[in-house]
Design a protein around this ligand. Structure first.
Ligand code: DGT
Ligand code: CA
Ligand code: CA
Ligand code: ZN
Length: 581
C-alpha cells in the first residue's frame, strides 16, 4: 500500500472518531498522522522495514502499528473495526460541503440521519429546522449541494439515465433523415448504474452533419462534435455519446457499442478463429490482400449466427458464461414484463404509502394484472408509519372486505415485517399467521459484522411465517453500500427453507444484485420482482426489476409474480407447512 492510500485511511479514521464524538486529542493524532505520512520525504516501506516509523515527529506507537499493518498486509484490524462502528452512509455525508463531523453527529443522534438520502428527505420535509443551529436556509443549501454532488459523481442510476436516453432517442427518431436509432452501452445491458449513454444511429453520409447539429442542441454543453461521433452533457449531468454509421454497419456498431468490453473481446476472438477480424463496422479478412468477400449481416442475430452462436440478449453480454450457453443452445428464455401477472411489496396509506387500498387495486387492474400483494410496514419501522398491531388487524379486515367486492383483482394479504437485531420478527406468530405471506426486511440497526448480519437474515428466513426476504443487502445505489453480509450463505438458507427472495425494483436499490440473482436461480430459490411501491406510479418500477431479473438469467418459471393466483395460493400455503420454526 502506498503513502497516499495510507494517509487517506488515517484521515478517514480521524473522521470516524470525530463522528463518534471521541476525545479530540485522539482524532487529531490521526488527522496529523495523515498529513505527516502524506508529506513524508522518506520511503514509507523502508521506514516500516527498519522499524524507524516512531522516530518521525508526530507518529506514536499506536499510529506506527497501524501504518505497519497497512503497509505490510494491506489491512488494519483497527481500521476495520472503526469502520464497522458507524453507519457507512455517515462518511458519505462528509462529502457535502459545509457539514462537518460535529453537525453530522448531531443530526444522527437527533434525527437518525445516516445517509445522504436520509439527509435529503429530512431537509425536504423541514425536519432539520427542529435541530438547533439548523434553519430553513440551511435546508435549502443542503438540498442544492446534494443535487450538485449527485450530478458530479461519475455514475448515475439506471432509471435516470434511461429516462434521459429515451428523451434523446425520441427526438432523433423524429428526424426524417434518421434510419435506425437505438440505445447501446451499459444502458442496453441494464447495468444498475450507468457511466455514460451511448446511442447509435444509421443514416446516409450526406445527412450526418444535420443529425449531429440536432443532437448537440439537446445538450447543456458540447464535449465534442464531428460527423460520425459527438458527445454532449445532458441536463441531468450525464454524458451522451452518439455514433452515426451506414445502414449495413448498423448491426456491427450496435454490437460493438453495446459491449461489454469483455463480451466484445470474446466476439473478436471467435471471429478471428474463422479468419475474420471484427470491428464496429463489420467483418474483414484477417489475411492481408485477401479477396474473400465479407459476410453481410442484416441484424445482430445474423452476426451471432455467423459465429456459430444463438442470439445473445444484451442483458447477458458480460462474458459470464453466455458464450458456452449460446453454443450449446441452453440460453435462458428470459422473463419479460408482460409475463408478470401482479406483484408484491406494495405500501398503502396504512403505513407510509400515499394511496388507499382501493386506489392501488384500481391501478393494478389498469395495468392488466390479476393480483397484488399489500406489504405495509410493521411496528418497528416507526419512521415509516409502521402499523401498531391494532392497525394491522384493521387493515386485514379492510382487505377482506375489499376482496369481497373486487371481481377482477385479487389482493394478497401481506406485511413487510421488520427483522429485529437478533433475527426475530417484529410481530408475534399469532399475528403473522393471519397473513397469506410475509416479507421480512431489515430497516434498522445496520451496524453489524458480516457474521451478525448473515445470521440475522438466516434466522429470519427460518421463521415459519416468512415467505420472502425484502431488499436483502440494504444497499442504496451511489449512496450507501449494503451491510456486509455473506449472501451465498443467505441464498443457501433460502433454498434450504424453501423461501423466496425479492428483487427490489426501486431504482435506488435493485437489490438482490443481478450477479446474486443468478446464484439464487442455480440454487432453485424463487424470485419476486417487487416494486416497493409507495404510490400508484411506483408500480411501474417493476420495469427495472425485470431488467435485473433478465440480467440474472431468469425465466418465467423462476419468477413468483409470473405465476397464477392458484399456484401462488398453494405456494404460500406450502411454505408454512414445510418450513421449520
Ligand atoms: P459505462 O458507460 O461505464 O456504464 O459502460 P459501457 O459499457 O457503456 O462503456 P462505454 O460507454 O465506455 O463504451 C460502450 C461500449 O463500447 C462498451 O460496452 C464496449 C465498447 N468499447 C468501448 N471501449 C472499448 C475497448 O477499448 N475495447 C472493446 N473491446 N470495446 C470497447
Ligand atoms: Ca456507456
Ligand atoms: Ca460511451
Ligand atoms: Zn423496506
Amino acid at each position: 500500500m502506498d503513502k497516499k492510500r495510507v494517509a487517506e485511511i488515517l484521515e478517514e479514521m480521524g473522521t470516524i472518531l470525530d463522528l463518534q464524538g471521541a476525545n479530540p486529542f485522539r482524532s487529531r493524532a490521526f488527522h496529523n498522522g495523515a498529513i505527516i505520512v502524506g508529506g513524508l520525504a522518506d520511503d514509507l516501506a523502508e521506514l516500516v522495514r527498519t522499524k524507524t516509523l516512531t522516530d518521525v515527529d508526530g507518529i506514536g506507537k499506536g499510529l506506527a502499528q497501524i501504518i505497519e499493518d497497512l503497509v505490510t498486509t494491506g489491512k488494519s484490524e483497527e481500521y476495520e473495526s472503526l469502520k464497522r462502528s458507524i453507519p457507512p452512509g455517515l462518511l458519505e455525508i462528509m462529502k457535502i460541503p459545509g457539514l462537518g463531523p460535529k453537525r453530522i453527529k448531531l443530526l444522527y443522534d437527533r434525527l437518525g440521519i445516516e445517509s445522504i438520502e436520509d439527509l435529503k428527505s429530512a431537509a425536504e420535509q423541514h425536519r432539520l429546522s427542529e435541530v438547533e443551529g439548523f434553519g430553513e436556509k440551511m435546508e435549502q443549501n443542503i438540498i442544492r449541494r446534494i443535487e450538485r454532488l449527485k450530478k458530479s459523481s461519475d455514475r448515475q442510476l439506471l432509471s435516470t439515465a434511461l429516462e434521459a436516453a429515451e428523451g434523446v432517442v425520441d427526438h432523433l427518431k423524429r428526424l426524417p433523415t434518421v434510419r435506425h436509432c437505438e440505445i447501446a452501452g451499459s444502458l442496453r445491458r441494464w447495468k444498475e448504474t450507468i457511466g455514460d449513454i451511448d446511442i447509435v444511429v444509421s443514416a446516409a453520409e450526406k445527412d450526418r452533419p444535420g443529425i449531429m447539429e440536432a443532437f448537440v442542441r439537446l445538450g447543456e454543453s458540447i464535449v465534442a462534435q464531428g460527423d460520425t461521433k459527438s458527445s454532449i452533457v445532458l441536463a441531468t449531468g450525464i454524458n451522451c455519446d452518439l455514433r452515426i454509421v451506414s445502414e449495413p454497419e448498423f448491426p456491427f456498431a450496435m454490437n460493438y457499442f453495446t459491449g461489454s468490453k469483455e463480451h466484445n473481446v470474446e466476439m473478436r476472438s471467435l471471429a478471428r478463429k474463422k479468419g475474420w477480424s471484427l470491428n464496429e463496422y463489420g467483418f474483414s479478412p484477417v489475411e492481408e490482400g485477401s479477396r474473400k468477400k465479407a459476410p453481410v449481416c442484416k441484424d445482430e442475430s445474423e452476426l451471432y449466427e455467423f459465429l456459430g452462436l444463438r442470439y445473445i440478449a444484451p442483458e447477458l453480454r458480460e462474458n459470464m458464461g453466455e458464450f458456452d450457453a449460446a453454443r450449446e443452445d441452453r440460453l435462458p428464455n428470459l422473463i419479460e414484463e408482460k409475463d408478470l401477472q401482479g406483484t408484491f411489496h406494495c405500501h398503502t396509506d396504512f403505513s407510509d404509502g400515499a394511496n388507499t387500498l382501493e386506489e392501488m387495486s384500481e391501478a393494478v387492474r389498469k395495468k392488466g394484472w390479476k393480483y397484488w400483494g399489500v406489504a405495509d410496514h410493521s411496528r418497528a419501522a416507526a419512521y415509516a408509519g409502521g402499523m401498531t398491531m391494532e392497525k394491522a388487524k384493521a387493515q386485514l379486515k379492510a382487505i377482506d372486505a375489499l376482496n369481497e367486492k373486487l371481481s377482477d383483482v385479487r389482493i394478497f394479504k401481506g406485511i413487510e415485517c421488520d427483522i429485529m437485531a437478533d433475527g426475530s420478527l417484529d410481530y408475534q406468530d399469532r399475528l403473522l399467521a393471519q397473513y397469506e405471506y410475509v416479507i421480512a426486511s431489515i430497516h434498522g440497526k445496520f451496524n453489524m459484522t458480516e457474521e451478525e448480519a448473515t445470521k440475522r437474515l438466516i434466522k429470519a428466513l427460518k421463521n415459519k411465517y416468512v415467505t420472502m426476504l425484502g431488499h436483502p443487502t440494504g444497499r442504496v445505489l451511489l449512496s450507501r453500500d449494503g451491510y456486509p453480509v455473506n449472501m451465498a450463505r443467505v441464498i443457501q438458507a433460502a433454498a434450504d427453507y424453501g423461501k423466496a427472495i425479492e428483487i427490489n425494483s426501486h431504482p435506488h436499490r435493485l437489490d438482490l444484485d443481478w450477479r446474486l440473482v443468478r446464484l439464487a436461480k442455480e440454487k432453485g430459490v424463487p424470485i419476486a420482482i417487487n416494486p416497493d411501491a409507495h404510490n400508484v406510479d411506483g408500480l411501474g418500477d417493476v420495469r427495472y426489476g425485470v431488467g435485473i431479473a433478465r440480467k440474472g438469467w431468469l425465466e418465467k418459471k423462476d419468477v413468483v409474480n409470473a405465476w397464477s393466483v392458484k399456484k401462488l395460493e398453494s405456494f404460500f400455503q406450502s411454505r408454512r407447512s414445510t418450513a421449520r420454526t
